[in-house]
Every structure is written in structure tokens, then in C-alpha cells.
Design a protein around this ligand. Structure first.
Ligand code: EPU
Length: 346
């Protein structure tokens, strides 16, 4: 518990706040009580009040990995805790302390301006710094969990601030201790530990291809730019067409099951995983079922990447979840594989 946290101005309350522009799917959703959290110090009093009144609550970061219902009863905490600084540096590492409400992509760009490369493969991922560790965001061969030193959060069970070490966060593919314990923690600050021995990480085929013809090793800024280009070409811009990135996790199966499947489907796309297991490209499975570009009323499957569901405008969480269900059923029928939904269904 951090007893040094003094009281501060209470969180600003807005009643019946429309969240359409605060979720990347662009779903119409109204928060009964929306509290803007600009400082961790506001949480103890607010959480006590919500507890005393027996109100349900949830925290919302950038809204880029959630499926919101049409109305959100109780309290919605809009996390807008800002600030980023280098807090320590030695010959091997730099430690950065970053507020949970900081925009992830802008933070990655800032680390490069500070000459602290390492996070460039994770450029252009929408959302906030505080939400990123919950699903352990990952792209192009890098996961955020590798770079986290510790996380400060308000633990609603203990009604106290806690600091979780990297190990305690239990990072795994699109998973963490926070995700395993939903509605318990409110992440307020993330401390990153960035090695000064930087090396380009180009093992992901799409990225390696960008530099195949260059004789010298690319800089972190060049990798950052290449990742931005690849993502912009493959993934829909949420400002133009509502989406939450990959809608399903890539399923992990036993090598035995993988071998049986690949005999039947020689083009099956997969990646190595921990020994004895193999990760399959869910996008490929969905694509094979003929869903790419398919539209069902106001929602659909993105035309260039079958793993991304989109809201063409006016779609609701029910529309999205019905489409998701039909995809899950088809993939189950054709491949005997269950797909898990990635974004958080509130
Ligand atoms: N594929 C198809 N058809 C499709 C889509 C994909 O055949 O419609 C096949 C292709 O062969 C492709 C392979 O599947 O090479 C994998 O696709 P891609 O490289 O686009 O990556 P992904 O597995 O679909 C994952 C992450 C992305 C991340 C990329 C790059 C998950 C759930 N998704 O996608 O993360 O950006 O790799 O590392 O792990 C996100 O989580 O929101 C996200 C965008």
C-alpha cells in the first residue's frame, strides 16, 4: 500500500455520457455515471463511495479492445492519468514511468525521440499504456510484457495500491494476471525497463520482407516506420471503419492435433509455440470458411484481414457477437477448433 497518496480533487462526473467516440468499434453506448480519472489519488475515495453504494464499475482506457453494450449501468472510470518520465538509468537499462492514460503509440514515438529503442515493433497499436499490459499486446515478434519492470494498480479487493513485478503480472500470449482477475485492478502507472543493448527484431516474415533488399541493418526508426506501413495496409483505421483489431486469438493446439490438421489442410498457416504446442493463424481459418469481406447488416468481416470484425456504422454489440458466433461455429465445424474472442465484452 502506498500511504503517500494524498487526497486530491475528486474525479469529474458526467451523467449519461455517450461513448461512441471513445470505443474504436464505434458502438453506441451510454455510461450512466462516467468519472474522469486524472490522478491515481482520486481512486481510494471514489472506489470507497462506489463500494458503499454497491455500484458496479469498470475501467475504460482507449476503448480499442472492448465491446460495449448499449448502456453501461453504474460507474465507468475513464482513465486519463498522464505523464511520462525517465526515472532511472544505468549502463545497461533505462527505467521509464508512464501514466496509464498516455496514448500507447505516442509513447512509443516518444521513446524513440529519447533514443530508447525497443518498442518500435509495437508501433501504431491503438489504446493506452495502462490497457496494453492487460492483454499483453504483441505484434511482429514482440510482446509488451518483456519490457515491463512493474505495474502500479489500485486493487479493489484489498482497497489499496499494489505494485506488481513483471513476474507477478504472469504475462502470456494475449494474457496476464489482470486479465485473469477481471474487474479487480485499475492500472494507474506502468514502469518499463528498456535495455541499452538494442537489437533489431525482424524474425516476423512481414517485417523482414521490408528490409530484405537493404545491405545494412535498419534503425529503430526505420522499423517503426515499416510497422506503421504494414499495419496501415492490413488493418482498418478505426477512425474510418469501426473495429477492435484482431477479434479472435490465434488458437494454440497440440503438435499432434496440428500434424493431423496439416495433413488434411497442407496450406494451414501456423507458428512455433512452446514445446509440444503450435499456434494457428485464426485469420487463415476464418478466411478458408469464406468470411473475408462478408457483410451481415451493419457489421462484417474486414476485406483484407479475416481476423478483424468491423462495424460499417450503426452496429450494436449484439450484431457483432452474432457474427462472431457464426464464425466460431463454422471454424469449429470445418477444423474442429474453438476460437476465443480477444476483446473484452463488457
Ligand atoms: N491470413 C489469411 N487470411 C486472412 C488473414 C490472415 O490467410 O484473412 C493468414 C496469412 O497467411 C497471414 C497469417 O494468416 O500471413 C497471419 O496473419 P497476420 O500476419 O496478419 O497476423 P495475425 O496472426 O492475423 C497477429 C496479431 C496481430 C498482430 C499481427 C502481427 C493476434 C490475435 N493478432 O495477427 O495483433 O498485429 O499478428 O504480429 O495475435 C491485435 O491483436 O489486435 C493485432 C492486430
Amino acid at each position: 500500500m502506498n500511504s503517500a497518496k494524498n487526497a486530491s480533487k475528486p474525479a469529474k462526473l458526467t451523467r449519461n455520457l455517450g461513448l461512441k467516440h471513445r470505443n474504436s468499434f464505434g458502438l453506441d453506448s451510454t455510461a450512466e455515471l462516467a468519472y474522469e480519472i486524472t490522478s491515481a489519488n482520486q481512486l481510494p475515495a471514489l472506489m470507497k463511495e462506489l463500494g458503499d453504494k454497491k455500484l458496479t464499475w469498470r475501467a475504460l482506457g482507449g476503448g480499442s479492445n472492448v465491446i460495449l453494450p448499449e448502456s453501461l449501468p453504474g460507474a465507468t472510470l475513464l482513465i486519463n492519468i498522464l505523464g511520462q518520465e525517465i526515472i532511472q538509468s544505468d549502463q545497461e537499462y533505462s527505467w521509464l514511468s508512464v501514466g496509464a492514460g498516455v496514448n500507447w503509440h505516442e509513447f512509443v514515438a516518444w521513446t524513440l525521440d529519447q533514443n530508447l529503442p525497443g518498442l518500435e515493433n509495437l508501433a501504431l497499436i491503438p489504446g493506452t499504456v495502462g490497457a496494453a499490459p492487460i492483454q499483453n499486446i504483441g505484434a511482429y515478434g514482440v510482446e509488451i510484457g518483456e519490457y515491463i519492470d512493474s505495474i502500479e494498480a489500485f486493487d479493489s479487493s484489498a482497497h489499496a495500491f499494489v505494485t506488481l513485478s513483471q513476474e507477478a503480472c504472469q504475462f502470456a500470449y494475449r494474457d496476464s494476471y489482470f486479465k485473469q482477475n477481471p474487474n479487480r485492478f485499475i492500472v494507474t502507472k506502468v514502469v518499463f525497463k528498456i535495455s541499452k543493448a538494442w537489437q533489431a527484431r525482424l524474425q516476423y516474415a512481414d517485417l523482414a520482407k521490408q528490409f530484405a533488399e537493404s545491405s545494412s541493418s535498419p534503425s529503430a526508426k526505420q522499423i517503426f516506420d515499416a510497422v506503421c506501413t504494414i499495419r496501415s495496409n492490413k488493418l482498418p483505421d478505426p477512425k474510418v471503419i469501426g473495429n477492435a483489431g484482431s477479434f479472435f486469438q490465434n488458437p494454440i493446439v497440440s503438435t499432434e492435433q496440428y500434424e493431423q490438421l496439416s495433413k488434411k489442410f497442407p496450406n494451414l498457416v501456423s507458428y512455433p509455440d512452446i514445446p509440444g504446442m503450435r499456434k494457428l493463424a485464426a485469420g487463415w481459418l476464418i478466411d478458408q470458411c469464406g468470411f473475408k469481406g462478408k457483410r451481415v447488416g451493419p457489421v462484417g468481416v474486414y476485406e483484407d484481414q479475416a481476423l478483424v470484425l468491423v462495424n460499417h456504422g450503426g452496429g450494436t454489440s449484439t450484431d457483432i457477437l452474432n457474427l462472431a458466433k457464426s464464425i466460431q461455429e463454422e471454424v469449429q465445424n470445418n477444423f474442429g477448433i474453438g476460437l476465443d474472442i480477444e476483446p473484452n465484452i463488457l
